[in-house]
Design a binder for this molecule. Structure first.
Ligand SMILES: Nc1ncnc2c1ncn2[C@@H]1O[C@H](COP(=O)(O)OP(=O)(O)OP(=O)(O)O)[C@@H](O)[C@H]1O
Ligand SMILES: [Mg+2]
Length: 380
């Protein structure tokens, strides 16, 4: 019997513990200081691979293991990202919402330093302390400043351990807070003036320390980052998935995993998933697969949203069983996604129905005929 799950989401290093241990044993080549895996194995971890065979047996590890595919996208992008980190430079992943920037940063952090849990979430309320250090005030009052009373930020911990710290949504931080990062990334040390005169007055970054930041293009801009900070990062743009089949396969995989977490099977037909992903892509790209113009809604029709719609269809199917055809739920879910930013986007979805969906229905495919019949759901 398997143990009941006690966590909703496992961090990457726990979810893929076996893969990481396997890859560490499989590729024993040259590693940058402080790294868990070689750069090549780190790329394999992120992209996945066919079954690999261990050169010699290691206790507790299988002799062969396929590495699951995780990030769907250009291998070259992942290679550049890994090389940036190997050079101990900051890596900034920029892109539209829901393009797996956070997921990629988590996977890279797990592959490079074995933990993805040193994270600072950037918000307008992020303070410099959250990038440097704070104090345990009870201890501070009782003993005065001491190494024991210092509360390290995730950045400081990563510096001490030579690990990767993730800074999510860095552009949401106020400029003066972003500036704290400039000095950290150039000096590679943090001064603790309160402890001057002791060995703990300066924390130096151990080899391996580096930063992965993410930034959302829909937020207050990457362009507003100071030139000094930009210069300390290599930028990588993460785009939407190029290929319909790859995106459909990913949506299936992620939705299956989500249903697995609640111990339900994912029983949605491929034709339904393909229609779902096609609609997302048409609305995202502004043209249909056939090349017809589609008016784009303001909302980003991200893969992440497609996964959550597929998951909802799967859950409805699992819990309300087969009395409802999953396809009949699709227009309502699409409407929910489209309406997020601007209520008038509902009209754009209706226009998509009256254009591309109707034309596909006329050409006779059953799925699209059925979706056309459901137009009323959108016309409220
Ligand atoms: N190229 C991709 N490869 C794998 N998964 C993807 C991809 N694009 C989107 N996803 C899915 O999207 C989910 C959410 O991605 P994530 O939260 O990392 O996006 P994000 O870019 O950080 O978004 P945001 O800007 O809103 O923070 C992932 O867990 C995954 O299910
Ligand atoms: Mg994110």
């Amino acid at each position: 019997m398997t143990e009941p799950k006690t966590r909703q989401v496992e961090p990457a290093e726990d979810a893929y513990r076996e893969e990481l241990a396997f890859l560490a044993a499989y590729d024993t080549g040259r590693k940058p200081p402080g790294w868990l895996l070689t750069p090549r194995a780190a790329v394999t971890f992120v992209m996945g691979s066919e079954a690999l065979i261990l050169p010699k047996a290691v206790a507790g590890l299988p002799s062969r293991l396929a590495i699951s595919p995780k990030f769907v996208g250009e291998r070259a992008l992942v290679e550049r990202a890994v090389i940036t980190l190997a050079g101990e430079r900051g890596l900034l992943l920029v892109g539209e919402p829901g393009t797996a920037k956070s997921m990629l940063s988590e996977l890279l952090a797990a592959a490079v330093s074995g933990t993805s849990q040193l994270v600072v979430q950037g918000t307008a309320g992020t303070t410099e302390d959250q990038l440097r250090y704070g104090w345990n005030y009870a201890l501070l009052l009782a003993e005065g400043p001491s190494a024991r009373a210092l509360v390290p930020s995730p950045v400081l911990t990563a510096m001490r351990t030579g690990g990767v710290v993730r800074i999510e949504e860095v552009t949401r931080c106020l400029p003066e807070v972003q500036d704290a990062l400039v000095s950290i990334l150039s000096d590679r040390r943090i001064a603790v003036p309160e402890l001057s005169g002791t060995d703990d007055a300066t924390v130096h970054a151990a080899p391996g320390f580096t930063v992965i930041a993410t930034a959302n293009l829909r937020d207050r801009g990457v362009s507003e980052m100071s030139a000094a900070l930009k210069r300390r990062f290599n930028f990588e743009a993460v785009g939407p998935i190029g290929d319909l089949a790859a995106e459909t396969a990913l949506v299936r995989r992620q939705a299956t995993a989500a249903l697995d977490r609640v111990e339900a099977p994912f029983a949605i037909d491929d034709v339904v998933l393909e229609a779902l992903v096609t609609a997302f892509r048409d609305l995202r790209n502004g043209t249909s697969v056939e090349g017809w113009a589609v008016e784009r809604p303001t909302t980003v029709m991200s893969t992440a949203e497609a996964v959550s719609v597929a998951t909802s269809l799967g859950l409805a199917n699992a819990y309300f069983t087969s009395d409802r055809d999953p396809l009949s739920l699709l227009p309502g879910h699409l409407l929910g996604v489209v309406r997020k930013d601007d209520p008038t986007d509902a009209a754009r979805l209706l226009a998509y129905w009256d254009g591309a969906v109707r034309r596909r229905a006329e050409s006779g495919t059953h799925t699209w005929r059925r979706l056309w019949d459901l137009r009323d759901v959108l016309d409220q």
